[in-house]
Design a protein around this ligand. Structure first.
Ligand code: E4P
Length: 223
């Protein structure tokens, strides 16, 4: 499973890259706004360090405008993926951008039928938002499971990009579902490393190694 970082923060991206755990990045207007920088300039900074796909979101409800923005974004870096919303206009824009060979991520997908529509529109990625569905009492991961099954059944080229992941169990469940890509906030990536027993076990091994070294020193002093 590929790991994308759901962030526009350069330090987080650099750290994840250093760990070898950043296969790409997803941004949205909310994430870029948090960085307090101009959109275009900031995406260029991200593109300097992230070589994998970088999703950049269009900001319109109109297909013509989405296509215009998408064509512009595609000139910013070769690895830009244009994000369009899961609407009739968004899917129209998706078809037109794909016809020009521009990769597209259909975002804000909340049902398996929406994922199916995105596949039929030729989307490169479709992003089911798991956490936001969980927030309203639905089983968000079921959409990922269904979407993966639909893609496999019909051999669509669209990749299911499990999105809006909020905790490590979401990543595990997306992996179990066979999602080819998950995008997660940096905090969730960090959490994947953690286990209390790892910390306790390592502390004990280091303490015992220190005891061993002390015994060896004593032995050397005696002979
Ligand atoms: C990904 O492309 C989305 O922008 C992101 O996963 C949304 O996550 P949120 O629901 O935590 O805002």
């Amino acid at each position: 499973m590929k790991f994308f970082l759901d962030t526009a923060n350069l330090d987080e991206l650099r750290q994840a890259l250093a760990w070898g755990l950043c296969d790409g990045a997803t941004t949205n207007p909310s994430l870029v706004a948090k960085e307090g920088r101009e959109h275009h300039a900031h995406i260029l900074e991200i593109a300097k360090i992230v070589k994998g796909p970088i999703s950049v979101e269009t900001t319109s409800n109109d297909a013509d405008e989405m296509v215009r923005q998408g064509e512009e974004f595609a000139t910013w870096a070769p690895n830009v993926v244009v994000k369009v919303p899961m609407t009739t206009e968004g899917l129209a824009a998706c078809r037109r951008l794909r016809a020009k060979d521009i990769p597209v991520n259909v975002t804000l997908a909340f049902s398996a039928n929406q994922a199916l529509l995105a596949c039929k529109a030729g989307a490169t990625y479709v992003s089911p938002f798991v956490g936001r569905l969980d927030d309203i009492g639905h089983d968000g991961m079921q959409v990922v499971r269904d979407a993966v099954q639909i893609v496999r059944t019909y051999g669509f080229e669209t990749q299911v990009l499990a999105s809006s992941l909020r905790h490590p169990l979401h990543v595990l469940e997306a992996a179990r579902a066979g999602a080819p890509v998950s995008t997660m906030p940096f905090k969730v990536l960090e959490q994947l490393f953690k286990h209390a027993l790892t910390d306790v076990g390592q502390e004990k091994f280091l303490a015992d190694a220190a005891k061993l070294a002390a015994q060896l020193e004593k032995h050397k002093a005696r002979v």
